[in-house]
Design a protein around this ligand. Sequence first.
Ligand code: NAP
Ligand code: GFB
Length: 324
Amino acid sequence: MDSQLGPGPRRILVTGGSGLIGKAIEHVVIKEGDKVDGEEWIFLSSKDANLLDVVQTRAVFEKHRPTHVIHLAAKVGGLYLHMRDNLYFLRDNLRINDNVLQMAHELGVTKVVSCLSSCIFPDKTSYPIDETMIHNGPPHDSNFCYSHAKRMIDVQNRAYFQQYGRRYTAVILANVFGPHDNFNIENGHVLSALINKTYKAKKEGTALNVWGSGNPQRQFTYSLDIGRLILWALREYDEIDPIILSVGEQDEVTIKEAVEMIVESLDFKGEILFDTSMSDGQMKKTASNAKLRRYVPDFVFTPLKEAIQRTCEWFVENYDSART
Ligand code: NAP
Ligand code: GFB
């Protein structure tokens, strides 16, 4: 891939490098060898620096002196963790993002790519949602704190450009899953939590308990595809305005359809229950990837069934070390 990263050595610091998407980027760079000459990659976890702490944030930036930053670190979780802990999704993410963006600015980082989420869009809206609609109305109640913190990254990016000419931008992701996800049943996102639940139900000979009606729709996107697209954004995407990196509207499925794919991948033959006393969250947040398609018309997303199959295989093979 040609690069617009500019001349000279490039030290690319990935905050949140130990998480789902950080590990996917590491895989693409190291295992798939998608590395441009002169690039040095640094993948951080919270053990390297607690980015809630401005002193630790400064120390880790001064240690590595990055020229480019992929900013992934965040307080992250599925619907039910958001509903239990909304306030800290706001407070923690505001602090982490402010520390990282301001430190990047103070140390002269050329480019930052941060991550937004399709759940931050207005709840009452027309579909499909696109990049111009982020601030058009209140987000869904279930994760309003995370959504407001994420929206502020877009505001910060515009302000760093207006005031200092900094080219800091953001990508907007839909529901991402894959190897190294958080498979915790209480706190994880839907696919990873359900893969773990199905695995356990099969082992214990119990029913699979799906939370909610199964009717909400989601655009599930494989983490390895997101890893490849974030590298493209770092090297090629030159706008301050954000861009949606997701499978298209036609690939949206219901939770029920996703459950069927997990059950098939793990060969689960038991009973499947839908607990409608649990919240469905947002019924849909259908996002358009038309802008992405204008830039990379030929990018091929991994089909959902194949991506779920690969994630289930990874989970079974790595059960003892996976985040459960
Ligand atoms: P993840 O698997 O939960 O990983 C989170 C990462 O952030 C980990 O590396 C974690 O480090 C780090 N982190 C958390 N708190 C930190 C702190 N105080 N200081 C330093 N590092 C900290 O999350 P992910 O799914 O890869 O998400 C990456 C980004 O994509 C996030 O900004 C998220 O909001 C965004 N996003 C994700 C999805 C999705 O479906 N997964 C969808 C839309 C947007 P440790 O490993 O050391 O804890
Ligand atoms: O991935 P998820 O937790 O969050 O998915 P969101 C929630 C949907 O999956 C709801 C259903 O419709 C749930 O009823 N579901 C069924 C389950 N069974 C389960 C289960 O066992 N666990 C979970 N978690 N859900 C997220 C935001 O919203 O969107 C994230 O909360 C992120 O932070 C992501 O931004 C993109 O898709 O509702």
